[in-house]
Design a protein around this ligand. Structure first.
Ligand SMILES: [Zn+2]
Length: 411
């Protein structure tokens, strides 16, 4: 049989998924998945125990590159940003589907990442987010090898860097702006975390700012009248906090950190804040951002005007520390329909949702993309007590495989 993005777009996806289920290569891959639980779990533990703090994913990257090569992927390499890439080649280079998972965790350098087993659970920081996704990449390659599955198009398996926090999607951003794959990717699937219910087809956009105000400082009594950065920051915060964000499209803001000043009787030299702005709509996000920048300007002007007699003015630095575009892969897109159909076929009740993931970048570029969980159950994400239970993982792997094959096509 053959299936491709075009045939799914033209026909009801159920036909393709149903055809895949009858395909003997797929059945052999499913058998491999069903009989490989302990193999998948060992790999999962192995990956998790290699630390991958923000901006320090190299060691985990080296391991994954060696695994990709061992598993027979072609052209395995690490790009200049640190993404590890390998290809499961089919008869053609198109369609080219990316299957990705992120290597970075939110945990700092000295975090103990030893995996403890408690009953059927695996406990360690990062065990689900996103070691589960990385383990699924290698697991699916093994399942395709075991069948073996001959693809019509090609799958690029990619372990990305910098998905979390200040990583600001730097890995996937590089893939779509400078890497060798620019302009060649037909569809993108990110494996992120556990579960099977959510299909993230909507990208939650955000902008993050660090605002720093500076003045000459002085003595609270002797130098009274000098511009005060804490006062100005307070004015900006008050303006921002009064912003009426729409409920629909959901739009939010948060001043999550403030800092500044030396002592109670000292006019501060510096004050700063970190601001997080988010919206389901790029237009609302732009409005919110404009409001923040205006609030800061206005606060500075007011403080400078009030203390004009001092002859001093505040200086400001407004630094963009995070920028994630929003957008949506339409529900009618072949990749979303195939994800829904693959889920239902396996008895999963899919829910479309919005989140901030590696898919934000391709979605914003109009490349069909979704983020899905790879099965199993987890909790305490981004906490030291994070846990993962592989129960039901085979369902996640099979769903991911069906979706990938529906897009790339089996010969
Ligand atoms: Zn994640």
């Amino acid at each position: 049989m053959s299936a491709s993005i075009i045939s799914i777009a033209d026909h009801h996806p159920h036909d393709s998924i149903a055809e895949l289920l009858r395909n003997q290569q797929v059945q052999r891959a499913f058998d491999f998945i069903d009989s490989s639980a302990s193999r998948f779990t060992s790999e999962h533990i192995r990956i998790c125990e290699i630390p991958a703090p923000p901006f320090k994913e190299q060691e985990r990257g080296r391991y994954l590159a060696s695994r990709f090569a061992e598993l027979g992927l072609s052209d395995v390499h690490t790009d200049s940003e640190g993404n590890v890439i390998g290809f499961y080649r089919g008869q053609s280079d198109a369609p080219l589907l990316v299957l990705s998972a992120h290597m970075d965790t939110v945990f700092p350098d000295d975090t103990d990442v030893t995996v403890r087993r408690v009953g059927s659970c695996l406990c360690a920081p990062g065990i689900a987010d996103d070691t589960a996704g990385l383990a699924a990449l290698t697991g699916l390659v093994q399942a395709m090898n075991a069948a073996p599955i001959t693809l019509r198009g090609t799958i690029a398996l990619i372990a990305t860097v910098g998905e979390e926090g200040e990583g600001n999607l730097r890995g996937v951003r590089h893939l779509f702006s400078e890497g060798r794959l620019v302009g060649r990717v037909s569809a993108f699937i990110s494996f992120d975390g556990s579960g099977v219910n959510y299909i993230t087809n909507q990208a939650l956009g955000s902008r993050r700012y660090r605002v720093t105000l500076e003045g000459p400082g002085g003595h609270s009594w002797g130098d009274f009248g000098v511009v005060n950065p804490v006062h100005a920051l307070g004015r900006a915060i008050a303006r921002m906090a009064a912003y009426r964000a729409p409920v629909d499209p959901r739009t939010t803001y948060n001043i999550g950190r403030i800092e500044g000043g030396e002592s109670v009787n000292v006019i501060p030299q510096m004050a700063s804040m970190d601001v997080d702005l988010r919206s389901a709509s790029e237009t609302e996000l732009a409005k919110l951002e404009e409001f923040l920048l205006a609030a800061i300007n206005r606060a500075l002007e007011d403080e400078n005007a009030l203390r004009a007699s001092s002859g001093q003015k505040l200086k400001s630095e407004v630094k963009l520390i995070g920028n994630r575009p929003s957008g949506e892969t339409p529900r009618a897109a072949a990749i979303v329909r195939a994800a829904i159909e693959a889920s239902r076929t396996l008895g999963i009740n899919p829910v479309l949702n919005r989140a901030s993931t590696d898919s934000n970048i391709p979605i914003s570029l109009g490349i069909p993309a979704v983020t899905i969980g790879v099965g199993g159950v987890s909790g305490d994400s981004h906490r030291l007590t994070e846990w993962y239970d592989p129960a039901g993982r085979e369902l996640g792997y099979k769903r991911a495989l069906l979706l990938a094959l529906a897009i790339v096509g089996v010969v």
